[in-house]
Design a protein around this ligand. Structure first.
Ligand code: SF4
Ligand code: F3S
Ligand code: FES
Length: 250
């Protein structure tokens, strides 16, 4: 199939400001958006900045917003767009710009550091940890996370709300907390309460946008966030549980 030229709009700039620039670029069969960025870098835009590493959907580096939707540039096939569509590529909206398509994602590393680490059981030496396969499988899903931060950039709690950032760890760290909560050897038994009190779990109103964008198809909301919330709610806050208790007491 012959190559065709397609219209792109790519954000160029730095922390002081920038703009969408138009490019007409050759597209070949089977290509992904990252191929187009690379073609631009080797032709008319050698100084276009973009972060990437594996080109296989596994390093989580090439996260950008394509037509306003958070995606991995290396996993977004050009064949998913119509021939006459202009394709916009912009940096992750929730994080500060470094240059062009590169953002400073250190917010996420700070939240990672703030998430309490695995607490080994007292009295068991590291080489002696044992757990059942069924327990390994329960949290396996969450360990597939490639830290692309697409879920973090899409979540409306912080997407246009800088002021919520200090109090909100975000979906990626809710599933980390859930993973440790399910861990049979984790000695902390307050992961849910901690997530509610310190990680901002209560800000999440289960819109599920995080789950929709996850390239690893982790069921962030249903399998991570909701179970964490439900048990906290059961124990403390849910007005329906409270009402139920009152009714049953009569
Ligand atoms: Fe990316 Fe999914 Fe991990 Fe979020 S949970 S950082 S969307 S892989
Ligand atoms: Fe945000 Fe996901 Fe909750 S997008 S509001 S963390 S369900
Ligand atoms: Fe590694 Fe896209 S380049 S996930």
């Amino acid at each position: 199939t012959p190559a065709t030229k397609r219209q792109f709009r790519i954000w160029r700039g730095d922390e002081t400001g920038g703009d969408l620039k138009e490019y007409l670029v050759e597209v070949k069969e089977g290509e992904v958006v990252l191929d187009i960025i690379h073609r631009l870098q080797s032709t008319e835009a050698p100084d276009l900045a973009c972060r990437w590493n594996c080109k296989a959907g596994k390093c989580g580096s090439c996260s950008v917003e394509i037509n306003g939707k958070p995606k991995l540039a290396c996993m977004t096939r050009m064949s998913t767009f119509t021939e006459d569509e202009t394709i916009s590529v912009t940096p992750l909206r929730t994080f500060p710009i470094v240059r062009d398509l590169v953002t400073d994602v250190s917010f996420n590393y700070e939240k990672a550091r703030e998430t309490p680490a695995f607490a080994p059981p007292p009295g068991v030496a590291p080489g002696d940890y044992r757990m059942q396969q069924v327990d390994v499988e329960r949290s396996q899903e969450f360990r597939k996370c490639i830290e692309c931060f697409l879920c973090q950039t899409v979540c409306h709690v912080i997407r246009d709300h800088e002021e919520n950032k200090p109090a909100f760890a975000g979906p990626r760290y809710f599933i980390r907390a859930a993973e440790l909560d399910m861990h049979p050897l984790d000695a902390r038994d307050d992961r849910k309460e901690y997530a509610q009190a310190e990680q901002g779990l209560g800000y999440c109103n289960i819109t599920k946008c995080c789950t929709e964008v996850c390239p690893e198809h982790i069921k962030i909301t249903d399998n991570g966030i909701i179970p964490m919330k439900e048990r906290v709610v059961d124990r403390k806050y849910d007005p329906l549980v409270w009402l139920g208790n009152k009714i049953f007491r009569r």
